[in-house]
Design a protein around this ligand. Structure first.
Ligand SMILES: Cc1cc2nc3c(=O)[nH]c(=O)nc-3n(C[C@H](O)[C@H](O)[C@H](O)COP(=O)(O)OP(=O)(O)OC[C@H]3O[C@@H](n4cnc5c(N)ncnc54)[C@H](O)[C@@H]3O)c2cc1C
Length: 392
């Protein structure tokens, strides 16, 4: 790193690395109470995972911590503060989880677990499932459950709302500013980027799949983050079929899911292939697997893939997010490991980030949901332990 000359360093109380939903939501909350600079390597903030998601809000997916964080995020997403956005952040969707004959035991377990968190989740008959999504094959669906409260999130509106409001609150968002060196000098972190040097006593690591790389730059032990590639693609809706009111259809074995998406059908084979942190791209094999699973379950005849992409979902060993100060490095705050749930949990995680930085405590609303400080704390993770994904 160039020797830090105080005249050329841009200072703030808090520097955030990463402008995806995690960094943007943290900037939104922190800029209300501190001076904040957010540094993003790309020319626009949603280029990686945040711009590639399935945009779903469900309280019936992920481990217990994730479910509680989603429940705690719901009120913000349903009724954001005045002036936060121009359009609703949540739109009706519903989720239909389907099972084949050989998956009925798993469906029963899912229903039991789901009802502990969301009592409105209920069983429907295969006939009712087919009435909701007429392309489902009658000889495929042996059982189904419905989550009426599942929603579609307008991710762009949410992400832009966080960034816009953070700026209004005095936060600075600097794009094309990849952080390539990090050093602790006395009581502050100095960050070297292509846009010059930045400094802050507190550094929030919201670098998504690159969070362990950021730790390495700062000479801090990793949390054992494993980015996992997930593929998605669009196919045309069947001729003459109205798809707009379909729910998100999810296979209980997590082999695929599909839903309407702006007049087309969004499909994912629900793959989770470990990857290096990178600009992820789809593998033809995963797309073919998705087409095969879709065609086995439905009468949709896939003739052409209209658009395909992949993104990274990054997990630590217990598949819960990592939010809190590193025990061994002063001022180094983790906001990482959001896995496949970082959009829907962003309001609650950003508030957790704000309160842990300001007061050292989780917000009461999260404690009331049953989230305990140790559920998110970086110290719970045995560094570099082998990741196993629980119910995700
Ligand atoms: C196919 C798919 C479907 C999904 N579906 C859902 C869903 O339905 N609901 C849901 O809630 N979640 C879903 N997710 C998960 C969600 O997208 C992620 O959890 C979330 O986007 C993670 O946000 P992030 O800000 O941590 O990461 P990112 O959006 O990847 O942002 C991290 C940022 O850090 C920047 N960065 C990295 N290194 C540096 C550096 N050295 N200097 C400066 N900047 C740096 C990167 O450029 C990047 O912009 C899905 C993900 C995928 C891939």
């Amino acid at each position: 790193m160039k020797s830090p000359d105080s005249a050329s360093i841009q200072e703030a109380e808090i520097a955030i690395i990463g402008g995806g939903i995690a960094g943007a939501s943290a900037a939104y909350e922190l800029a209300a109470v501190s001076s904040v600079i957010l540094l993003e390597r790309e020319s626009h903030c949603g280029y990686h995972s945040t711009g590639r998601s399935a945009a779903s809000f469900t309280e019936n997916y992920g481990n217990a911590v994730i479910r509680r964080l989603a429940i705690a995020s719901r009120s913000f997403l349903e009724a954001p503060p005045e002036g936060f956005c121009d359009h609703p952040l949540m739109l009706p969707r519903g989720m239909l989880t389907i099972a084949r004959q050989d998956q009925l035991g798993r469906l029963e377990e899912e229903l039991e677990k789901a009802r502990q968190f969301v009592p409105s989740i209920h069983r429907v008959s295969p006939e009712e499932a087919l009435a909701r999504v007429p392309v489902l094959r009658a000889d495929y669906v042996a059982g189904a459950i419905v989550e009426p409260g599942c929603r579609e999130i307008d991710v762009n509106e949410l992400h832009q709302g966080f960034l816009r409001t953070a700026r209004k609150r005095g936060g600075r968002i600097v794009t094309n500013a990849g952080v390539d060196a990090i050093e602790r000098h006395k009581d502050r972190w100095i960050l070297q980027t292509s846009q010059g040097l930045f400094a802050a006593p507190i550094l929030v690591n919201a670098a998504g799949a690159w969070a362990d790389r950021i730790a390495a730059l700062a000479k801090i032990a990793p949390i054992g983050l494993v980015p996992k590639r997930r593929t998605a693609f669009h196919v045309a809706a069947p001729d003459g079929v109205s798809i707009a009111g379909w729910p998100l259809v999810n296979d209980v074995g997590e082999e695929f899911y599909f839903k309407p998406d702006a007049g087309r059908i969004f499909v994912s084979p629900a793959d989770a292939t470990p990857s290096e942190p990178m600009d992820a791209y789809p593998d033809d094999f995963d797309v073919a697997v998705g087409v095969d699973r879709l065609q086995r379950a439905t009468t949709i005849d896939v003739r052409r893939i209209e658009h395909q992409w992949a993104g990274l979902r990054s997990f630590v060993s217990d598949a819960s997010p990592v939010v809190g100060f590193d025990a061994k490095a002063e001022g180094f705050f983790w906001l990482a490991g959001q896995g496949g749930y970082g959009i829907k949990t962003s309001p609650a995680l950003a508030r957790a980030c704000r309160d842990l930085i300001r007061t050292g405590r989780l917000p009461d609303e999260l404690l009331r949901q049953g989230i305990e400080p140790g559920d998110l704390a970086p110290g719970r993770i045995g560094a570099t332990s082998a990741p196993e994904e629980k119910a995700s």
